[in-house]
Write a protein that binds this ligand. Sequence first.
Ligand SMILES: [Zn+2]
Length: 204
Amino acid sequence: MFDSNLDREAAPEGTNLRRRLFLASAAAALGGLALWQWKKPTVLEAATAAATEPKEVKVMSFSDSGQRLKQVRIAKVVKTEEEWRKQLSGNAFDITRHADTEIAFSGKYWNLHDKGIYRCICCDNALFDSATKFESGTGWPSFWAPIAAENVTEIRDRTFGMVRTAVACTECDAHLGHVFDDGPEPTHLRYCMNSASLRFVKQV
Ligand SMILES: [Zn+2]
């Protein structure tokens, strides 16, 4: 129904865009086969929509030594792109605010074995305990459970032609990574995280 030999790269900018949009709608009508047409990940759109409505969230608070304190109701952390950009390194900004993924074996924590907790790089919300960290062999820090279920939010992520479950910080919507169901006992889950989304607090 459309010519796949069209040379999109050679077309003038406007034509190219219109053609891409047309191809996108045509493919979407045929069953959503053109996910690559959208550069912006679905998970980010969800996070952006949530961020425009400040609201309260419930999270479990933890001491730096990993002690579970109490559930608190706090205002969701909402900042502008510019504020996040100032606060974070370029890598952490791209990953947490734009759902990027760090290169495997490049982060600070994939091979860390110290005892402690991992907090959100953006807002300090407690996210993972080293007690649930395991060797996944993937080059990303991997855990079989979050420190408290309410501290992370899972979002269906249909980017890059895959259906995955993205994991975000409940308190600030930072993108953390994805969760898969091929982890070890007792949960059989694998929370595959980006080191750059985390800040490790060593138990002293
Ligand atoms: Zn956070």
